[in-house]
Design a protein around this ligand. Sequence first.
Ligand SMILES: Nc1ncnc2c1ncn2[C@@H]1O[C@H](COP(=O)(O)OP(=O)(O)OP(=O)(O)O)[C@@H](O)[C@H]1O
Length: 295
Amino acid sequence: MITCEGLVKIYKSDDLEVVALQGLNLHVREGEMMAIIGNSGSGKSTLLNILGGLDRPSAGQVSVGPWDLLKITDEQLVAYKRDTVGFIWQSNARNLLPYLSAIENVEMPMMLSSKLDRAYAKQLLEWVGLKERMYNKLHQLSGGEQQRVAIAISLANRPKLLLADEPTGSVDTRTSDLIMDIFRRLNREIGITIVIVTHDLSLAGKVDRVVAIRDGLTSTEFIKRNPNLDDQHQIGDQSKLGGVQSVHEEYVVVDRVGRLQIPKAYLSALQITDKASMEFDGERIIISPPKSLEG
Ligand SMILES: Nc1ncnc2c1ncn2[C@@H]1O[C@H](COP(=O)(O)OP(=O)(O)OP(=O)(O)O)[C@@H](O)[C@H]1O
């Protein structure tokens, strides 16, 4: 469904250039529900905005289904955003019209694309657990309920891909669990591909695969050991990273030409700076501080 190969995004302003994505590789299968994690400034939102057609890539390859997002025309981009992709932000104010009811909010994007389907709008609000509140005005709903309306809106045009940028960032843990359960159910029932960007590692147990981005590159992948095993019970109260590692197997990402990122902590523990020795013992590749050339 999603293919990024060597994806580069450079932001230019006056005399400053920021390379937000430095040749990122990512593949997401159709029907997958996965998360992208990374520290602030690592490039997560940049990637999501490119995938959502809100921002243009600078170089490399990036495609979603049949769409090549590097070559897509402005006109095609409008159709892509309307028909293929649904977007959810941390702050739902971006998606919602406060003076309309929940159901009117869901019907609005349908009307804008001349595909009003009231029965489907109702079904969407039922799916997100708001059957009883669909005729309430937005300002009568709590923040968590509004976020669930935002999920229903994002699905109004039956997108194949749902992109969520910190969707649980401004709600409490209970609501966050509820939202992740809704995503899981939608993923299983309607087969929609879901990509969630977060810096909250505790969400990771709820998805099949987690890809970590560091400095604009995919660095590590965590793949669930047993996809049928449900999720937060395992994570419990453990430290957050411990939680991810107990449910997921960790892999370092190796790109097509064999490059990989070594975690900074490993490098500094061994005081490796600009060079390292690498040996292959037949089974393992061993990276160690450079051997002294003297003596
Ligand atoms: N419009 C822009 N103009 C210039 N630089 C930008 C722009 N948007 C992002 N950047 C820079 O690109 C880099 C990646 O930013 P991005 O927002 O993608 O990171 P992030 O991982 O989503 O961070 P956060 O978790 O804080 O949202 C940062 O150095 C950021 O300052």
